[in-house]
Design a protein around this ligand. Structure first.
Ligand code: NAD
Length: 266
């Protein structure tokens, strides 16, 4: 069903549910100033994500230097949670949501106050040792992990491509790059969360990146209502109970606040 009353229809569905699971993609963070893959003038118009595959990162110091520069550029904007992240956190705090499964690596759900967040693609807030010569697509590090600030401090100290202080291996952002396997347990945590949901709310995802996009699809095929809030069509619209075409930061907060206040939303 395509919406006629975006906020009111969403609020009506949310109001009937007590175990909402959000599934979020890059689109929920564009209103925090973090570009998705399509945003004009965004970071992805200056860096080609295909240059940062796991094997290229492992094989080339030059690629690693550019990857650190990209990370630095990303965090220099000091992104903060926007109204949509905050609305999801309020829904969870009120006991109406069981948490968030996210494809994002920006940590903004936790910054907004969401307590249960399954990060399918890791986090760019931390770095990790991936070993000296990891097997194709799989980190093989010693377990060293630190904040991304640690890496920036080492780079500022003259170490262009910081090495693991414990074993000398390569250090990489704790994210899942192209050509890299998901971290052990990440998919299982996301599947577990969605299995307990009585409504799946997909927000700001093109629903084209797999295996992540298969999760809301599987929930819908099990008969769990699926709401898609996105500013453009997605391949899963045909499976959705409700498709809301709009900006996450404009639609979600009034819907959530109406539900939490127990008042009808137009
Ligand atoms: P995507 O870039 O493929 O799709 C984002 C979708 O959100 C698009 O359909 C876009 O039209 C829509 N959108 C943009 N702004 C919106 C808004 N304000 N309200 C509603 N819809 C909006 O994103 P994806 O599906 O998450 O896949 C991209 C991959 O890249 C992910 O795997 C993710 O790991 C990574 N990524 C993460 C970030 C981040 O952490 N913030 C940013 C860019 C890319």
């Amino acid at each position: 069903m395509r919406d006629r009353r975006p906020v009111g229809d969403l609020a009506a569905l949310l109001g009937r549910c007590s175990a909402v699971a959000a599934f979020t993609g890059a689109g929920i963070s564009t209103e925090s100033g973090i570009p998705d893959f399509r945003s004009p003038g965004g970071v992805w118009t200056r860096y080609d994500p295909r240059d940062f595959t796991f094997s290229k990162y492992v094989g080339s110091r030059d690629v690693r230097l550019r990857a650190w520069a990209m990370r630095r550029e990303f965090w220099a904007t000091e992104p903060r949670p926007n109204a949509a992240h905050l609305a999801l956190a309020r829904l969870e705090a009120a006991g109406r949501s069981i948490g968030v499964v996210t494809q994002n690596i920006d940590g903004l759900h936790q910054a907004a106050g969401s307590a249960t967040v399954a990060e399918l693609h890791g986090t760019s807030r931390e770095v990790m040792c991936i070993g000296a010569a990891p097997r194709v697509g799989t980190p093989d590090g010693c377990g060293f992990r630190a904040s991304t600030r640690w890496a920036f401090d080492r780079i500022d100290g003259g170490e262009g491509d910081p090495a693991c202080p414990s074993c000398g291996g390569l250090v990489k952002s704790a994210t899942v790059s192209f050509g890299q396997n998901l971290f052990p347990g990440a998919l299982e945590a996301a599947v577990d969360l969605l299995a307990r949901a009585d409504l799946v709310l997909a927000i700001g995802s093109s629903l084209q990146v797999h295996p992540a996009a298969g999760l809301p699809a599987a929930a819908a095929r099990r008969g769990v209502p699926l709401v898609i809030l996105n500013d453009e069509p997605t391949p899963l619209d045909v499976l959705a109970t409700l498709v809301v075409r709009g900006r996450a930061g404009a639609v979600l907060p009034p819907a959530v606040d109406g539900v939490l206040a127990g008042r009808p939303v137009a």
